[in-house]
Design a protein. Structure first.
Ligand SMILES: *[C@@H]1O[C@H](CO)[C@@H](O)[C@H](O)[C@H]1NC(C)=O
Ligand SMILES: *[C@@H]1O[C@H](CO)[C@@H](O)[C@H](O)[C@H]1NC(C)=O
Length: 558
């Protein structure tokens, strides 16, 4: 009786009180519509927007400090990766933050759903008119010119002043992405009538055996089933088991008979192996083919991804939600940094930091547009790619040939406009900038994080697609190759009772000289310049260089 009347009283009070008027403060803004997009109409007031609210993590500084502590080889805590719950303690919002944001949502007659393992992302559904009022925004319809794809975005939005420090971002708002992430495939050509004998001719093609020879990658099968490798797939691209079996036919070593991978579908992703995609086929053929005996999982990320960053955030959160995270995640998709709002980029980058702290190495292809990013249009300034600028991913550029191995001219590399030079690469980048002198001055950001971190072969990879042989080039080939090497190093570590490598960058920059082959020739021209040149030491074309398996194992302490 008492409870019922209290509830009645409460709802009566709530009904009478009008939402408190809060003062709003501009939170994120863009000076102009990004290139490639036009504003085409105002958005219908009744259209429902699915917005995500990123809540302030309780301890981002602690997350990053701990990540460095467990990932820096000279640290006493090296390799002491944390559990899901321990990482969650850094990324979970405080109760004060959750209460403050929820009060605002309820006061506006809305309700929120928690959508991330740590509770730092909420989702709300809200009509355009209400969103414009709550956020002092101007949600409009924007068209991506080359594809005609439309999205509802705003050039600016505000949040209540008293939520600053609690609410990191509302999304998608000022992030304008093309309809899909681009897969860095620079060229594909028919390989002709390839016979088994041709395939092992390393002067004509790159195949798993050539990579095994060049980088000293072992052909003995991995033994540790907990050490699994994840390949991510977007844009409804799937691998084909039949293509994989056809591909492995000529290459499979006696030690391994595995021709399989598992599939995980998220965000409405599907899997139709009878209708394979080139990117997915390459990624699966070169991970299953190289990381012999390592369990490989393909993640098919579907079109219902509403994270506004191609599903990348959903993918990271999916794997963060597992009790054992992957050993390595390789992604051969990306975009240009300029499309992504700084707050969104930061928040995605912290999700990669969280994966690093769990013991996962997160690898991305650096892109195939050399210094033009992923675009091929005319550019004045160099265009950094996304998400290679995040210091907590390992960005992989491309090389070609083996006498000497040289930079591939499409290998994207440069400097982020969002992330500053991180400590692990400060002296490497300083060395390169001193070598560069005035060359390209003003075209790149000399205080930004340099990428790629490393490189691997990326030209004339042979692969099988629906029964025929093709040659492909692109950093799409390089990331799965480097990822396979890391997965095999991790297999040896786990077998010896040691920790996996986790976030690679502090390790790579401290051992680079010994465990990687420095690539010192070639360049990545673009934007009417010669781009950057590869040289001794780190460079923004080939990073620190290409892997030397045995030396990496030794550097890892085995
Ligand atoms: C491919 O080469 C093989 C062996 O030389 C030959 O038997 C076959 O007919 C050729 N196929 C085509 C389509 O040219
Ligand atoms: C250059 O990079 C720095 C450090 O990340 C950043 O603060 C600055 O805004 C960038 N400059 C431009 C013009 O983007």
């Amino acid at each position: 009786m008492l409870i019922v009347s209290l509830l009645t009283l409460l709802s009566f009070t709530a009904a009478l009180s009008k939402p408190a008027t809060r003062s709003l403060e501009v939170h994120e803004t863009r000076a102009a519509v990004p290139s490639g997009f036009v504003k085409s109409a105002s958005a219908s007031p009744n259209t429902l927007l699915n917005l995500r609210l990123g809540l302030a993590n309780s301890n981002t500084d602690g997350l990053i400090t701990t990540l460095y502590d467990v990932s820096t080889p000279s640290s006493a805590n090296y390799g002491q990766h944390l559990s899901k719950e321990e990482v969650g303690a850094f990324t979970a919002p405080t109760k004060e933050t959750v209460d403050a944001v929820n009060a605002w949502i309820i006061e506006n007659g809305l309700s929120a759903t928690t959508i991330s393992p740590a509770g730092d992302w909420l989702a709300i559904s809200v009509p355009v008119s209400k969103a414009n009022e709550m956020l002092d925004a101007d949600f409009s319809v924007f068209t991506h010119e080359s594809t005609g794809a439309q999205s509802i975005r705003t050039l600016s939005y505000s949040i209540p002043t008293d939520l600053k420090g609690h609410l990191d971002l509302v999304h998608p708002t000022t992030t304008f992405t093309p309809p899909s992430a681009k897969s860095p495939i620079h060229a594909v050509k028919f390989a002709g009538n390839v016979t088994k004998r041709d395939i092992v001719d390393c002067s004509r093609f790159v195949d798993p055996q050539c990579l095994e020879q060049l980088y000293g990658i072992p052909t003995t099968a991995a033994t540790e089933s907990s050490n699994y490798l994840v390949v991510t797939g977007y844009n409804n691209e799937y691998p084909s088991t039949t293509d994989l079996v056809d591909f492995l036919g000529p290459f499979q070593s006696a030690e391994s008979s595995s021709t399989s991978y598992t599939v995980v579908e998220i965000d409405g992703g599907s899997y139709d192996p009878s209708n394979p995609g080139v990117e997915a086929d390459i990624d699966i053929q070169y991970t299953v083919g190289l990381a012999i005996g390592v369990p490989v999982t393909f993640t098919s990320v579907g079109e219902s991804a509403s994270d506004g960053v191609f599903g990348f955030l959903d993918t990271a959160n999916y794997w963060l939600g597992q009790s054992t995270t992957p050993s390595v995640i390789s992604t051969s998709y990306g975009s240009n940094e300029e499309y992504i709002s700084t707050n969104v980029y930061n928040s995605l980058c912290n999700a990669y930091a969280s994966l690093g702290l769990r013991g996962t190495s997160v690898l991305f292809s650096s892109g195939d547009g050399a210094v033009t990013g992923t675009q091929s249009e005319d550019c004045t300034d160099f265009v950094p790619t996304f998400p290679s600028g995040c210091p907590y991913v390992t960005s992989v550029g491309a090389t070609q040939g083996n006498s000497p191995e040289t930079a591939a001219d499409f290998s994207s590399g440069g400097f982020s406009n969002v992330f500053a030079i991180p400590p692990f690469q400060a002296s490497s980048v300083a060395g390169y900038l001193a070598y560069l002198g005035d060359t390209n001055a003003g075209l790149y950001n000399a205080s930004g994080r340099g990428y790629p971190d490393v490189s691997a072969q990326g030209v004339d990879f042979i692969f099988n697609y629906q029964g025929s042989w093709y040659l492909v080039e692109g950093t799409s080939c390089s990331s799965p190759t480097f990822a396979s090497v890391i997965a095999l190093v991790n297999d040896r570590l786990v077998a010896a009772g040691r920790s996996k490598l986790g976030w690679l960058n502090p390790f790579l920059y401290s051992i680079g000289k010994f465990a990687l082959t420095d690539i010192t020739s070639g360049s990545n021209p673009g934007c009417n310049t010669n781009g950057f040149s590869a040289t001794t030491g780190w460079d923004p074309v080939t990073g620190l260089g290409t892997p030397v398996f045995d030396e990496l194992v030794t550097a890892a302490g085995l």
